[in-house]
Design a protein around this ligand. Structure first.
Ligand code: CTP
Length: 399
């Protein structure tokens, strides 16, 4: 994710400094070269030895020590990005006013790279007008602010002021600075959510799909530059990411119509909706009244959208389907790859904990036309979407 990126992590004196340990690990794991600068106060909360071990670089703390002088200009020029996490109230105030009484501040003042801050403080400090004014000043300097979270604070109080979690900081950096626009100029079609097949004006046949996975894929495609058409079944999810045009539909037939219309001009299609396979043969115009005996609802087959797109697919178009299975997962996934003429099938198994309908996480295996089979760990759906889009891009540019 951060291969060849140079990240300067700056740690100030706050109880949230303990999170800088995990943040360092995540950044290094993502492929970044990490250097760390700390304020003297940060040493009371986290050991420089821990951070230098994890970052595989010496931690810089003092402007001068034992007749040697640390070159703060070099450090600020070396970095692709400077991340100040946690940012204490004290250092925030100093940054806003140009004070320079330690190595971290000297580096900040001389940094030529973008600066991102992750503030951490108690709720009352966070809401103080001075803090707000100082943050506005930093924003006016072009520094990016990672929003604080709400929750338990070191004081024992509950409220705003918690530093963003390390995973969220990594995601923020990626989205704001290192995201490749590798799908610029491409049109993508995505389906998401369930479909509702009406029995009468008040009843329908539906399923538990939340639409979260499809939405995450649509957002990831849009962030990477694609113009996205999201055909969304009845679902509570919504997006405000520019670059996504949402087509709201209710039934499998409506989803089919919308997809057939958009597919001709799309380069990528990802069918993640849980489309009903059957629909009532007749939708009663009036509510069906209770009777003494049982009733039968005759169902007819819906159109298989993925299969229809597979038949229409031209050279250069890339088609991705999902398979949600409970048994013989690999066999069924490979069967769908072939029978629907898809290029990629994303398998998620309902047997995996934390995967599938309603969860915020998912665990997938990707099967590709070329024979590749790639299993992934359980991850938040946003990261799963990132993995899927990475494979799409890989295949698109290998064509
Ligand atoms: N799909 C579709 N149109 C349908 C049914 C499914 O486009 N009428 C798509 C789904 O969006 C998914 C893929 O086909 O990408 C596989 O869906 P799934 O429900 O797992 O498989 P089915 O083809 O419906 O087969 P089965 O239910 O027998 O597993």
């Amino acid at each position: 994710m951060f291969q060849d990126k140079k990240i300067l992590l700056a740690v100030t004196g706050s109880i949230a400094a303990y999170k800088s340990i995990l943040l360092t690990r995540l950044l290094v794991k993502a492929g970044a070269e990490v250097k760390i600068v700390m304020t003297p106060a940060a040493r009371d909360f986290v050991s420089p030895l821990t951070l230098s071990t994890l970052s595989r670089n010496p931690v810089v703390m003092d402007l001068a020590s034992n007749e040697s002088w640390s070159n703060h200009v070099q450090l600020g020029r070396w970095a692709d990005i400077m991340v100040i996490a946690p940012l204490s109230c004290n250092t925030l105030a100093k940054m806003a006013h140009g004070l320079c009484d330690n190595m971290l501040l000297a580096t900040y003042l001389s940094a030529t790279c973008p600066v991102v801050i992750a503030p951490a403080m108690d709720e009352d400090m966070w809401h103080h007008p001075t803090t707000k004014a100082n943050l506005q000043k930093l924003e006016s300097f072009g520094n990016k602010i990672i929003p604080v979270g709400r929750g338990e604070l070191a004081s024992g109080l509950y409220g705003d002021g918690r530093m963003a979690e390390p995973e969220a900081i990594v995601q923020f950096i990626q989205e704001h600075f290192f995201l490749k626009q590798d799908l610029a100029g491409k049109k993508a079609l995505v389906t998401a959510g369930p479909t509702y097949e009406p029995i009468d004006p008040v009843r329908f046949i539906g399923n538990h799909s939340s639409g979260k996975m499809g939405l995450a894929i649509a957002e990831e495609l849009a962030k990477r530059g694609a113009s996205v058409h999201l055909v969304l079944g009845p679902s509570a999810v919504h997006t405000d990411i520019p670059g996504i045009k949402v087509h709201r539909v209710q039934t499998a037939e409506q989803m089919y119509e919308a997809c057939m219309k958009e597919f001709a001009t799309a380069g990528i299609a990802v069918m993640s909706a849980a489309v009903a396979d059957y629909t009532p043969a007749v939708t009663e115009p009036e509510k069906i009244k209770k009777s003494s005996g049982s009733i039968t609802v005759e169902l007819t087959k819906t159109k298989d959208i993925l299969k229809a797109l597979g038949q229409e697919k031209r050279k250069g178009q890339l088609l991705v389907g999902f398979a949600l299975e409970t048994t013989n997962e690999k066999e069924y996934a490979l069967g769908k790859l072939a029978s629907k003429n898809a290029d990629i099938i994303v398998l998620n198994s309902l047997n995996d904990e934390g995967a599938g309908f309603g969860y915020d996480t998912n665990k997938i295996t990707i099967f590709e036309r070329s024979g590749n089979e790639i299993p992934y760990e359980r991850k938040p759906k946003q990261q799963v979407a990132h993995d899927i889009v990475d494979r799409i891009v890989n295949m698109l540019y290998a064509q």
